[in-house]
Every structure is written in structure tokens, then in C-alpha cells.
Design a protein around this ligand. Structure first.
Ligand SMILES: [Zn+2]
Length: 284
């Protein structure tokens, strides 16, 4: 496979040949950074666990990562190596079919005039055919995350219809999706997988070492999502990730992503207002 960056890599944890690995892919996550996949797309990782069905695609090179502790003096080049190795450790733990390191700078992903990131995504999505794709959500507060979601949508829109996934989900990292009205939530029940899930995030030592406990936070969010989903019934699952359905943006290529996310925000606003309006004493 020909990717645009000389340092790009398709890595297979079990050492199988690239085409063989890609042929197994049923679930794929397309994210900005190393460790985003493990925080947001556990549903897909678990679906592919034991059958090499899951592939991670990492758009950026990790050069701009924050660093602290024993990584504080690392150069950008050293951090890139560390983060790539950590992502490979996670892929090994999660029995991924493959990881694609596209190795773009953050700036290139955010710069709409650079066609390379979208072109690389199209190359990968032409080489394999995942039924389910997970990417960042359009209300995320990290610019590179939103840019990757938009690049993913744009890449899929340019594929022939028979190459489209059956599902495209937006997921939680730098802003969760608890605010969606319940009927808008895609609920991923994650079952009993604590050992795998904690290991997947725990291998990213360079991100956790500085005191950012992504391992605890991601697991805590799942627990909170499960418990606070419905107030009047017992928890149906111990862990839940929330997603948002992005398929309408694929089915209707004219639909503006900004308009689309506004419809969710509007339903949230109406839900809040309706509840307050119900109690007329609030106006006195
Ligand atoms: Zn990220």
C-alpha cells in the first residue's frame, strides 16, 4: 500500500502479511492520536478480539504530545518513537489485525488544502472494507479530533457507494456524549472486559506518567455512562461508551456536518427547556 508520508507504516501485531491482515478487518477506528482508539473505540476492539477483526488508523505522528516525568526532556522525534511503540503494545494486547500510522503533522490534518490525509484514508478504505467505522465526534473540543472526523467523512463520501461502511459512529474523547438526548445516543454496552480495557489504555505510559490518568478517567467515564444513562432502572451494563450516528452524512453528501451537529445541540436545548417549562413556578 502506498501512503503519502515516507515514515508511514502498516504494522501487524502477529507479523502476518499486510494484505492478509487487511482482509480480516470488520471494524476500524480512525483517530487523531495514539491512545484515542483505546479510549473511544472499545466496542470495535472487543468485536475484533480473537478474530483479528479490528484495525486502528492513527492520522498524526504524535510529535506535539505533551511530555512530563521521565519523558520531559524527549525531543519531538523521540516522542514519536515512544508513542508509536506504545500504540503497537496496545495493538498487541487488543489483538488488532493491523495499525496504520499515517504520520501526518497535526497541521496537515487540520489544513483542508493538503489532500494527503484524505487521500491516505481513501487508500486504506479501498484496501480493506470495514463494516463499522468509529471516529471522533463533531462536538469534540480538540481541533485535531474534529479535523480527523471531517477528513474521515470526506474520504468516505468520495468512495464508491459499495465501499461505504454500514455504520459510521462518532465517539467520546475530549468531550463525552452524555449530553445527547437519550434517543440520539448510540449505546455501546461493553460487558465484562475490565482487564483488557485497562491494559489497552495503561500501556500509554508517556501520556499517563505526567499525571494525566487517562486510564482511570476512561474507565470512570464508562462506569458513569452506564449508571447515569437511566434513572429509574438498574444498570443494564457495567460499562457503556456513547456514540453518535454519522451515517446520515454519508447517505446525504450535501448535508453540512456543522448543520448536522446543530440538530443534536438543538434537541439537547429543547430537552433542557421543556423540563424547566414543565415547572411553571420557576417563572415566578
Ligand atoms: Zn487525541
Amino acid at each position: 500500500m502506498k501512503l503519502s508520508q515516507p515514515s508511514a507504516e502498516i504494522w501487524t501485531p502477529d507479523g502476518t502479511e499486510e494484505n492478509d491482515a487487511l482482509g480480516h478487518v470488520t471494524h476500524m477506528a480512525i483517530t487523531a492520536h495514539q491512545d484515542d482508539v483505546e479510549i473511544m473505540a472499545l466496542d470495535g476492539i472487543l468485536a475484533g478480539f480473537g478474530n483479528r477483526g479490528f484495525m486502528a488508523v492513527i492520522a498524526t505522528d504524535g510529535a506535539g504530545s505533551p511530555r512530563a516525568g521521565r519523558y520531559a526532556s524527549y525531543s519531538d522525534e523521540q516522542m514519536q518513537l515512544v508513542r508509536r511503540l506504545e500504540q503497537k503494545k496496545a495493538a498487541f494486547v487488543g489483538e488488532y489485525s493491523a495499525v496504520a500510522f499515517l504520520d501526518h503533522s497535526s497541521a496537515a490534518v487540520k489544513d483542508g488544502s493538503d489532500p494527503a490525509p484524505k487521500h491516505d484514508l481513501k487508500t486504506i478504505l479501498t484496501a480493506c472494507h470495514p463494516e463499522i467505522i468509529y471516529t471522533h465526534n463533531l462536538a469534540d473540543k480538540h481541533d485535531t479530533h474534529v479535523a480527523v472526523a471531517l477528513q474521515t467523512i470526506a474520504a468516505i463520501r468520495e468512495l464508491p457507494q459499495e465501499r461505504h461502511p454500514k455504520k459510521l459512529y462518532a465517539c467520546e474523547v475530549w468531550r463525552d456524549l452524555d449530553w445527547l438526548v437519550d434517543s440520539d445516543k448510540v449505546v455501546f454496552n461493553l460487558g465484562k472486559c475490565e482487564n483488557i480495557a485497562t491494559s489497552l489504555v495503561g500501556v500509554f505510559d508517556s501520556q499517563i506518567a505526567g499525571g494525566k490518568r487517562y486510564d482511570l478517567a476512561a474507565m470512570g467515564r464508562r462506569r458513569a455512562n452506564a449508571t447515569f444513562l437511566q434513572s429509574h432502572v438498574v444498570d443494564a451494563a457495567e460499562w457503556v461508551d456513547f456514540g453518535m450516528d454519522l451515517m446520515p452524512l454519508i447517505q446525504n453528501p450535501q448535508l453540512d456536518p456543522a448543520e448536522y451537529i446543530q440538530t443534536f445541540i438543538q434537541r439537547f436545548a429543547e430537552d433542557v427547556n421543556r423540563r424547566i417549562e414543565r415547572f411553571s413556578f420557576s417563572k415566578k
